[in-house]
Design a protein around this ligand. Structure first.
Ligand code: DX5
Ligand code: ZN
Length: 217
């Protein structure tokens, strides 16, 4: 079954602990934790102390680093309780080394791609990652509309993994809701990140059930 990862960015920050438990109760599989440095993306969010607190909740934390030279902070995020650490292919000149660093720190390793980045960036690091994150918006802000061109990209990543016999999750992030999720899953997505649609849903459990019900082709 496809996994659902609510993005904490859309939660009521004054109620962070309760919001995380609300998502756990509603059936979420991961908590998606977006870190922004104001350089790789034009926005700032939160970092290590907040992760330390969030990781005490009952959901495994999927950390999405939208920061330049993420290798500087991988060990600190692992230490703070990350289960998955995803870095952007565009953010480091040593992608292979940084992915190995994530696994050496005891986490699952993810590679994220901006909308304009070719999935070919995955080809020579196959086997060094556990998750490929296809950004379905330009990263930096929640609440944006999904870019339609990214649906084809999910299919391209699916084909690359299948053709090379690579077992890895395909995560999508940005503008995921009940309307966009089915085609993303049909094209090969296995983890759905949802921020505004999930935290803003009148019934989060029903929303997550609808996403869980999406079936691959
Ligand atoms: C944005 C983040 C996303 C964001 C998604 O750069 O990576 O995880 O929270 O928000 P929605 O689901 O509202 O598009
Ligand atoms: Zn994200």
């Amino acid at each position: 079954m496809v996994k659902v990862a609510p993005s904490l960015l859309a939660a009521d920050m004054l109620q962070m602990g309760n919001e995380i438990e609300r998502m756990a109760q509603a059936g979420a599989d991961y908590l998606h934790f977006d870190v922004m440095d104001g350089r790789f993306v034009p926005n700032l969010s939160y970092g290590i102390p907040v992760l330390k607190a969030a990781a005490k909740g009952s959901l495994p934390v999927d950390v999405h680093l939208m920061i330049e030279r993420p290798e500087r902070y991988i060990d600190a995020f692992a230490e703070a309780g990350a289960k998955i650490i995803t870095i952007h292919a565009e953010a480091t000149v040593h992608l292979d080394r940084a992915l190995r660093q994530i696994r050496a720190a005891g986490c699952l390793a993810g590679v994220a791609m901006n909308p304009a980045t070719s999935p070919e960036c995955l080809r020579y690091v196959l086997g060094a990652f556990d998750l490929a994150l296809v950004m379905t918006i330009n990263p930096g802000f929640g609440g944006q509309k999904m870019l339609e061109s990214c649906v084809q990209k999910v299919a391209d990543v699916r084909r690359l993994l299948d053709d090379t016999g690579t077992d890895a999750m395909i995560e999508v992030d940005g503008g995921v809701n009940e309307k966009t999720a089915p085609k993303l899953v049909q094209n090969g997505a296995t983890v759905l990140v949802a921020g505004s649609a999930c935290f803003g849903a009148p019934d989060a459990a029903a929303f997550i059930r609808a996403l869980h019900a999406c079936k691959p082709m």
